[in-house]
Design a binder for this molecule. Sequence first.
Ligand code: PEP
Ligand code: MG
Length: 891
Amino acid sequence: MTKWVYSFGGGTADGKADLRNLLGGKGANLAEMSALGLPVPPGFTITTEVCTYFNQHGHSYPDSLADELAQALAKVEAEVGALFGDAKNPLLVSVRSGARVSMPGMMDTVLNLGLNDVTVEGLASRSGDPRFAYDSYRRFIQMYSNVVLGVDHHNFEEILELEKEEKGVSLDTELNAEDWQRIIVQYKERVEEEHGKAFPQDPKEQLWGAIEAVFGSWMNQRAITYRRLHGVPEDWGTAVNVQAMVFGNMGDDCATGVAFTRDPSTGRNYFYGEYLVNAQGEDVVAGIRTPQSLTKAAREESGGDLPSMEEVMPEVFGQLLAVRERLERHYRDMQDIEFTVQSGKLYMLQTRSGKRTTPAALKIAVDMVADGLITREEAVQRIDPLQLDQLLHPTLDPNAERVIVARGLPASPGAASGIIVFSADEAEKRAQAGEAVILCRVETSPEDIHGMHAAKGILTTRGGMTSHAAVVARGMGRACVAGAGELRVDYRNGTIRVRDIELKAGDTITIDGSSGEIYRGAVQTIQPELSGDFATLMTWADGIRTLKVRTNAETPTDCRTAISFGAEGIGLCRTEHMFFDTTRIVAVREMILAEHTEGRRKALAKLLPMQRQDFVEIFKIMRGLPVTIRLLDPPLHEFLPREETEFSEVAEAAGVSVELLRDRVIKLAEMNPMLGHRGCRLAITYPEIYEMQARAIFEAAVAVQKESGEAPLVEVMIPLVSMEAELARLTALVRDVAEAVFKETGERLEYLVGTMIELPRACLLADRIAKDAEFFSFGTNDLTQTTFGLSRDDAGNFLPAYEARGILEQDPFVSLDQDGVGQLVAMAAERGRRTRENIKLGICGEHGGDPASVRFCHGVGLDYVSCSPFRVPIARLAAAQAALQKAERDV
Ligand code: PEP
Ligand code: MG
């Protein structure tokens, strides 16, 4: 029989960490901590399978759930020594969601459940603190009514504000038991008005209501958006954790806090966290009160004047330190923990792998290898390749001029400039229009996720390092400055004020998420050095991977950048990009507009020295590494002007009449240019174009060899081949030119001639094509386009709808469609090798920098992937992980 409920507490547990899929992350870790003997308040977890059942069966439950729950609750009662709903000694519980992966702020929590008009009296007398009891009850009414009954927060805030005003106080702490009692009466009246029914007094009804709300919230819009952004499948579901309450707000020997076992921003190995005396957990994350440091050292470093936990409660702090050690050793990873101290006793409420910035992830992984906690292979597997992207984010140029306006907390690293916007919707709108925006908010909430995603940076005026804005921004890799309390944000007037400065919506600011500083205007940024832990980890990755990583580059700058990122060659040099230069386009147009071969040759002769010089530079930078040069690919009309207004100028520069130009533009226009006169088809009709390019390549290679004594490794690539005869002809052409150049110069060098495989027919006939091709490079951009029959230039208009409706999981132009396009790649690789055993195989479509696609390429045994320079580190790491995963599977 299926088990739906798993108990934990009292030093034992039904479940453990490896039941994460069933118990969710939180539930699995509570079970694990409990089994380790750490002080965890007892409770139970209702499995994710119940969530799936619930959402598939019209919000109903499996038959045996009620019985299992009753038994589990009885165990908790016995462990705590209190009874649920008991008038004298009531057990109170928290109800929390917990999916397989943590979804910050996405799901709902209810605390203090079990309180009602009767049990509150019991709590008051047992705790000896009526104020605390009534405060807890009103918090419960507020939370439960909001989360479960859907009564908006402002109803309660209004009542509370009026009550404080009447009493002439400004802080909640200034209200006494009688005040809270009055407020409770009003709260309950308001709930009845808004909800149409009285606030439930039966604790069992409360419990089932809360459970239902958690399961239901798996399908709320915020959760759906989060899942879409983070690729979390809907069928995972969430678990529900019901746990005995412990109170951090029962007096000055009570506290609550959150901590990371290492610094989540830098990875530094020191205990990092915040706590509040006499408070409940939500107070720390909500940013209502300013939290205090855990350690004395951290307090001194930040210059804070409120005492640290180490100073206030040294004994409990010592226990917490021991727990920190224990958890790190057990989980062998940095942990994010939540704890509560009730009347001087420590309770652990949560532990999970802590979210961290990329620099921190690298430092922690490298440090843990040094400490012998994990192996190098594990370290390499711990880093999400896409996360490396964060490291490539700019930092502020130290020499740039800047006007600082304020300071906040350095919540998520990276520097970003953009215009000020105040709402998530506005951020999304302006970003879609191509503007860089900084989302400025008092604080953020889960409703703002889409705007945070669209923004370059996030600035908040309230909240700490563990506030919603900080946690989410770090996860997304957005720069974030949080809790910049000096700033006054005025949403209504669209302004931010600080001292005598006023910034308006649309003004440009720069934020530095590494220092917490905020500047007026745009401040110059620079790219970071990729050294230290990054370099160490990449060296380990390089030692593991078998797939080579090249780059797609054609400018000297891109080539140098790629080399600095570890590129091992150029996999695609798109020569047409070199033709768009203002000094060259004239000669290119002259060539296109020429009516006979002679005219074309004349124009091409002007281009020859320029192309040669390009290649000389590239060969020098690449110093003997392989360089794949693709001969001209796009349809010729791309080089001609589109607008009538440009015609006379272009015609004059090219030395032809406007009429002739117009005539050529009309002639060259195609219905489907992507399937038209392009790629190798150009050279079948105008072989002189490829002749010139081949000559430029070989003359350059010979010149560099002569000058440096180092032979460039040239690979000449013919694009868009679908017939073996196309390739046969053009390979012969390239080889003839090479021979001619070698003869003229008296120098020779090794080179390869190969083709791009970017059409389905080429995949089907790869065995025949391989007769003339010494290498294949999969052009998966065109191959995706032609396999799906999906225009790569127009698909953006409707593909998002396919993703939204679940027809496509991912944009196939971003991550390789392994089922379809992948089959063609695998087939072509296999057929190519059948003809030519050691044929060199690579990929140069955009997929070469996508981790999942890199894994696929490793799987089908390609020799290399090639991607844009900034993706090179991502591909290196992904290739290492692919090798490790394959090795694991093969064992
Ligand atoms: C491709 O088609 O995958 C490719 C790399 O070439 P391009 O993007 O230039 O068409
Ligand atoms: Mg292509």
